[in-house]
Design a binder for this molecule. Structure first.
Ligand code: SF4
Ligand code: SF4
Length: 123
């Protein structure tokens, strides 16, 4: 069970590394959800991708780069990526192409913004 102490609290600094789940390798087992201390991992919700099994994704505005998820994933589906490189990784995260297209703002734009904050220190 995830610790509740950090859950739901706003992140104070942008971490130097963040987790990226590769959808093609994820079985949706939810082991990562159980250990994330900030509860920023979620099951990809409510969309009809009948050709693939369910998978999980990460709220990049809340990930603190703790690596716990990557350490427990039984399928090595999670990479810890330097924050400046996250946008590239999420753009090629696998899964149905229409998923990334539909969620471009949630995935790629957020990754770019985090990288900029890390480099410039400006929010
Ligand atoms: S632990 Fe790995 S396989 Fe399981 S839901 Fe998380 S990313 Fe997917
Ligand atoms: S690195 Fe830590 S905070 Fe980020 S998604 Fe994984 S468990 Fe959650």
């Amino acid at each position: 069970m995830a610790s509740k102490s950090l859950a739901g609290k706003p992140r104070k600094v942008v971490p130097k590394i963040m987790a990226v789940i590769h959808a093609d390798g994820c079985t949706g087992c939810e082991a990562c959800i159980e250990v994330c201390p900030v509860e920023c991992i979620y099951k990809v919700p409510g969309e009809d991708f009948a050709s693939v099994q369910g998978w999980c994704d990460i709220d990049l505005d809340r990930c603190i780069g703790c690596k716990h998820c990557a350490q427990v994933c039984p399928w090595d589906a999670i990479d810890m990526v330097p924050t400046q490189d996250v946008a590239l990784h999420v753009a090629f995260k696998g899964g149905p192409p229409e998923y990334v297209e539909r969620h471009w703002d949630d995935l790629v734009d957020v990754a770019h913004r985090n990288a900029e904050v890390l480099v410039t220190g400006k929010k």
